[in-house]
Write a protein that binds this ligand. Structure first.
Ligand code: FES
Length: 173
């Protein structure tokens, strides 16, 4: 078994990873959860994250990269403090998803997968986020916002910009 002696993760996350690789019949089954936890802690999946996770799971870095390229929720560049994901899949598209996306582009002055100069917001156009019944929908970090109009979204984004969480939930980042 590979020993990781010089971890880049916090002691809490390193301990979680130590356990995670033991609970699945195959170590590599822990790969996606580990990448998500690492992304939450580091902000993105860096080269150092890829190296350590490959070592922990005992797979090649290429195996990690292949999985990384498949999952759009995993990113290899830093996102903004608030990552705004706008769905433009069919239900949202029919109910103004592209208006929401264009509004975000104008408000932030950035495009798909870009970050505002102050690092506060990043923007992504994404496929269905599972909120089709309440389209159009947007996800900000782990919070969902639905049945949106550009005006409603502005109110929500104003709250994030002011350091408030519009859902009343705990900000995980
Ligand atoms: S199509 Fe937008 S949430 Fe499903």
């Amino acid at each position: 078994m590979s020993e990781v002696t010089n971890t880049i993760f916090s002691p809490e996350l390193a301990a979680r990873f130590d356990k995670l690789v033991t609970i699945y019949p195959l170590r590599r089954s822990a790969l996606v959860p580990m990448l998500l936890y690492a992304q939450d802690e580091i902000g993105y999946v860096s080269e150092a994250v890829i190296t350590e996770i490959a070592q922990r799971i005992e797979i090649t870095e290429l195996d990690v990269r292949n999985v990384l390229s498949y999952y759009s929720m995993l990113r290899t560049k830093p996102a903004g403090k608030y990552n705004v994901q706008v769905c433009t899949n069919i239900s949202c598209m029919l109910r103004g998803g592209y208006d929401i996306l264009d509004h975000c582009k104008q408000r932030f002055g950035i495009g798909h997968k870009q970050v505002t100069p102050d690092g506060q917001f990043s923007l992504e156009e994404v496929e269905c986020i599972g909120a089709c019944c309440w389209a159009p929908a947007v996800q900000v970090n782990y919070d969902f916002h639905d049945d949106l109009t550009p005006q409603k979204l502005d109110t929500i984004l104003d709250m994030y910009a002011a350091g408030l969480n519009p859902t009343g939930g705990k900000d995980v980042r």
